[in-house]
Design a protein around this ligand. Structure first.
Ligand SMILES: Cc1ncc(COP(=O)(O)O)c(C=O)c1O
Length: 384
C-alpha cells in the first residue's frame, strides 16, 4: 500500500529531537524554528513531559468519557489559572479542526442561529464546518459549500459593523484567529477584536477566538486575544497544548450552558492526553516560557528589521512572519539545505517562525547569522 500523497515533503527523516533541535537518520543536526507547525511549545522531548507521559502510560492510557477522569479536572483547574479564565468550562477533543467544529456547533446550539462570520485569509481546519469557514476554495469540497459562512475583510471594522447592522439577528458566531497563521502571520488589531466583542454583545452572537496556533503562550500572552483586553466566549486550542501529543480543547464562557450529548468524543480528554497537556502547562509556568517568548520574539524581530532585504516583519512573541522579495525566493530552501534550519512558510512569499517557546538566545543568533549569510549568497550569486 502507498501513502495518500497529500503533502509535498522534504526528503529528510527525523529520528531524534531535543529542545529546539532535531537530528536526521544520518546524524545531521537541524535547528527547528518551525516547531512541527507551531506544535512544539516547551521543546522537543522535554524531560518533564516525557516523564509525565511515561508514568501515566504505566498506570492507564485510556478509558472512555463514561467514567470520572480526575486528570481532566486537574487540567481544567490549571488551565483556568494560567489563562485567567477560571470561570470557563473545558471540553476536550483531539485536533484544532475538531475544536473549531465543536465551537461553531456549540455557538449554533446556543443561539439557535446558522450564520457564521469568518475573515479573509482565515484558516480554521479541514472538517466540514471548520473548512467552510476557511478562506481557501481549494480546501472546500462541494459538500462543504454553504451560504451559512460569510467572509468579511480582516481588520475592517466598518465592513463588520455594516454586516451586523443588516443581519445581526441571524449571526450565531464570529470566528477569528488572534494572529492568522496559515494566512501569513497577520495580527488582528486590538480595536478590531474589541469591535467584535461589542457587536457580539449587542446582537447576541458568540465570539470564537481560534487560538489553535496563536494560543497556549505562543504570542507571549496565554491567548493572543488577551492583548486586546477582551474576553471571547469560546477559545479553541490545539497545537502547542500537547507539545506533540494530540490533544485539543475549547474553553467556554459560563453563560453558555452544557446539555448532555450535544457534544461528545471517544478519545478526547483521555488520560495520556491530559498528562501531556498538564506537563506542558507545568513547564510553561516553571520555566516562564511566555516571558521567554516575549524576549526572544523581540530579539528576533529587532534583528530581522535591521536586514534591509526582508520586509514587513510582524507578529507577536514567537509567532513571526516576514515577506521575502522575489529575488530571495530561495531563502527558505537554502536555510534548510545549507544552514540546516527549519522554518515555516505561507504562500506565496512569507517565512513563518514558530519555534519552541524555550528558544535560547544562541539559537536565535544562529538563525540571524544564517539568514544574513544566505541573503548575501543570493544577492551576490543570484540563482540562474
Ligand atoms: C488557526 C488554526 N486553526 C485550526 C487549525 C487546524 O488544526 P488541526 O490541523 O489540528 O486540525 C490550524 C492548523 O494549522 C490552525 O492554524
Amino acid at each position: 500500500m502507498e501513502l495518500f500523497d497529500v503533502y509535498p515533503i522534504n526528503n529528510i527523516t527525523i529520528t531524534k529531537a531535543k529542545g529546539s533541535y532535531v537530528w536526521d537518520d544520518k546524524g545531521e543536526q537541524y535547528l527547528d524554528l518551525y516547531g512541527g507547525h507551531a506544535v512544539i511549545s516547551i521543546g522537543h522531548t522535554h524531560p518533564h513531559w516525557v516523564q509525565r507521559i511515561e508514568e501515566q502510560l504505566k498506570k492507564i492510557a485510556f478509558y472512555s468519557n463514561s467514567i470520572k477522569i480526575p486528570l481532566q479536572e486537574e487540567l481544567a483547574t490549571k488551565l483556568g489559572k494560567i489563562s485567567g479564565k477560571e470561570d470557563y468550562q473545558l471540553f476536550l477533543c483531539n485536533s484544532g479542526a475538531e475544536a473549531n467544529e465543536n465551537a461553531l456547533k456549540l455557538a449554533s446550539f446556543h443561539t439557535g442561529r446558522k450564520k457564521i462570520i469568518a475573515f479573509s485569509k482565515a484558516f480554521h481546519g479541514r472538517t466540514s464546518l471548520a473548512v467552510s469557514a476557511t478562506d481557501n476554495k481549494n480546501y472546500i469540497a462541494p459538500v462543504n459549500e454553504t451560504d451559512n459562512v460569510i467572509f468579511l475583510p480582516f481588520n475592517d471594522e466598518e465592513a463588520l459593523e455594516d454586516y451586523f447592522e443588516e443581519n445581526g439577528k441571524e449571526i450565531a458566531a464570529v470566528i477569528i484567529e488572534g494572529i492568522q497563521g496559515v494566512g501569513g502571520i497577520n495580527v488582528a488589531e486590538d480595536s478590531f477584536l474589541s469591535k467584535i466583542r461589542a457587536l457580539c454583545d449587542e446582537y447576541g452572537a458568540v465570539y470564537i477566538a481560534d487560538s489553535v496556533q496563536c494560543g497556549f503562550g505562543r504570542s507571549g500572552k496565554f491567548f493572543s486575544h488577551d492583548f486586546a483586553g477582551v474576553n471571547a466566549d469560546i477559545y479553541t486550542m490545539a497545537k502547542g497544548m500537547g507539545n506533540g501529543f494530540p490533544v485539543a480543547g475549547l474553553i467556554i464562557a459560563p453563560h453558555i450552558k452544557p446539555k448532555h450529548f450535544q457534544l461528545g468524543t471517544t478519545f478526547g480528554g483521555n488520560h495520556l492526553a491530559c498528562a501531556a497537556a498538564l506537563a506542558v502547562l507545568e513547564v510553561l509556568e516553571e520555566e516562564k516560557l511566555m516571558g521567554n517568548a516575549v524576549m526572544m520574539g523581540k530579539y528576533l524581530k529587532d534583528e530581522l528589521q535591521e536586514i534591509p532585504h526582508l520586509k514587513n516583519i510582524r507578529g507577536r512573541g514567537l509567532m513571526i512572519g516576514m515577506d521575502v522579495p522575489e529575488e530571495l525566493i530561495d531563502l527558505r530552501k537554502n536555510l534548510l539545505w545549507n544552514q540546516k534550519i527549519f522554518t515555516g512558510e505561507a504562500k506565496p512569499n512569507v517565512i513563518r517562525l514558530l519555534p519552541s517557546l524555550a528558544l535560547r538566545k544562541r539559537d536565535a543568533e544562529q538563525f540571524i547569522d544564517a539568514v544574513k549569510e544566505e541573503i548575501n549568497n543570493l544577492v551576490i550569486t543570484p540563482a540562474s
